[in-house]
Write a new protein. Structure first.
Length: 498
């Protein structure tokens, strides 16, 4: 059935936004679909089936899910790289890499978290286990990369004693190791898209750190139609985007469909918690004077956002620390730009209401709260601002848009929802439970419009739909994470069925 376009969905119960408009909420309904949209909804048995029928068999229906922050190629390639998330020390990570096979003459590991390691990465330590094979270890937050001497020679860079590059230097290394042949990248992206559809995903925002317009033109020309995609542009490419007339919301040029569209200007204004470079009001413990760093000055940020806005581009501003978030909100206020703050991991209490007041969406990744809970408790213990303020943002009226930041966390909206609703996993006590949100808000935040403007299941709405085995509104934490997805429909076309 994959690839067929359904005209009728039979016997589903609606769990997501729109159920409140049904005559008998919780009872099975049938849907008629046409031209990629929902034409009609009625209690099961009251409409005549025609065309291709998807039998919901009493399953539960939610709107198609979105991931609002993905590094598409980097996530797609990470599947074939060496996982380092289990490493509890620099020595252990180096040993894992030394024992790992190499591909095309390289070893590439991903996902290490060194924030709480008792020892520190060093060039000598990594050289001792990896020898002459160029070896790269990419931090889970992607803001630092640990290389051995052979890798530094390959890149033509003089190595520091630590062997670690941070921020823009690290991003450049990531760009280089992700610059694989287009055929390889596109096959990996196709696999990623199928896996995403199997979790109910119908769309994502691609923020790969490259010129994304050309690769998406190529993929669409080759037949990509598995997801809706909105792709970002970075400051180093802003002149080119303006010159070529890219405007947020326009379909990618040369496309035979409108699934892939131009997205926002993405600007990174500070570092990360794990790399101890997020710009914060108070210093990091045992690191006198280290408040993190601003990678774009406030004046430069305003200039970028003004130029992007004048050219018809929305903005997606990376801000993790409270200082960075304050500057980003200031820039939105002064420029009148439209868009998001990406991450918003530490926000001053006085700044939380500004998101809604300025109309700035909070594009957040709930899984990061649990990935970082121990680092947050250790490194931000002296901060006076609120870490991961999901409930506070929602209560203030801010529009929450959920994502994964894959490969930082896996591309799985059910995991994001579970983390937001329960603030726990692996049997641990809930972390900062006062920042939990309700499941209805979490589902809405996982749709195209976000928590204050969710995609709905109603006549006239897009037929981007997901049928699951159980009612997400009554699922516990583990069941929500593992939610079985039966069928995913993109504009009525089946992109996944189990």
């Amino acid at each position: 059935m994959i690839g067929e376009t359904a005209a009728f969905v039979r016997a589903v119960r609606v769990s997501g936004p729109g159920r409140e408009f049904l005559p008998t909420p919780g009872e099975p309904v049938d849907l008629v679909l046409a031209d990629g949209r929902i034409l009609d909804i009625a209690p099961t048995g009251n409409l005549r089936p025609r065309g291709v029928v998807v039998d919901g068999d009493g399953g539960w229906l939610v709107p198609g899910l979105w991931d609002h922050h993905v590094h598409v190629v980097q996530w797609a390639l990470s599947v074939g790289r060496i996982p380092l998330g289990s490493a509890t020390s620099a020595r252990e990570a180096a040993a894992i890499m030394g024992a790992a096979p190499f591909v095309d003459g390289l070893r590439i590991g991903v996902g290490f978290r060194d924030g709480l390691w008792a020892d520190e990465p060093s060039l000598d330590l990594l050289d001792a286990t990896t020898g002459d094979v160029p070896t790269y270890l990419v931090n889970a937050d992607v803001h630092s990369v640990w290389l051995n001497s052979a890798a530094f020679r390959r890149e033509g860079i003089e190595p520091p004693a630590s062997g670690v590059l941070r921020e823009e230097d690290a991003f450049e290394i990531s760009r280089r190791i992700n610059a694989v042949e287009p055929e390889i990248a596109d096959r990996a992206v196709d696999r990623m898209a199928r896996a995403a559809a199997a979790r109910g995903v119908v769309g994502l925002v691609d923020l790969d750190m490259t010129w994304n317009d050309e690769p998406w033109q190529r993929r669409v020309a080759r037949g990509f139609d598995a997801l809706r995609v909105s792709y970002g542009t970075y400051p180093q490419h802003l002149d080119r985007a303006i010159a070529e007339g890219l405007r947020t919301g326009d379909p990618v040029r040369g496309a035979s469909h409108d699934l892939v569209r131009v997205g926002p200007l993405k600007a990174i204004t500070d570092g990360s918690l794990g790399t101890r470079t997020a710009a914060c009001a108070h210093p990091y413990p045992d690191d006198v004077g280290n408040h993190g760093l601003l990678t774009i000055t406030p004046d430069e940020l305003e200039q970028l956002m003004t130029r992007a806005t004048a050219a018809g581009l929305e903005c997606a501003i990376h801000a993790i620390g409270d200082v960075a978030n304050a500057h980003a909100l200031d820039a939105y206020a002064r420029t009148g730009a439209v868009g998001t703050i990406e991450h918003a991991q530490l926000v001053a209490h006085a700044d939380i209401p500004r998101f809604a007041r300025l109309g700035v969406a909070a594009s957040v990744q709930p899984e990061h709260a649990l990935d970082d809970r121990d680092m947050t408790d250790a490194m931000w213990a002296e901060q006076s601002s609120q870490p991961y303020p999901l409930r506070a943002l929602a209560d203030s009226g801010a529009n929450l848009r959920f994502g994964s930041d894959a490969p930082v966390a896996p591309l799985d909206p059910w995991a994001a929802m579970a983390s937001a609703v329960f603030r726990t996993r692996d049997g641990r006590d809930a972390w900062q439970p006062h920042q939990r949100i309700d499941i209805d808000t979490a589902i809405a935040a996982s749709t195209s419009g976000g928590s204050t403007a969710p995609a709905e299941i109603a006549p006239g709405a897009l037929a981007d739909l997901v049928i699951v085995d159980a009612d997400p509104r009554t699922a516990d934490e583990r069941a929500l994470r593992a939610m079985p997805v039966r069928t995913t429909l993109l504009a009525g076309r089946v992109t996944h069925t189990s």
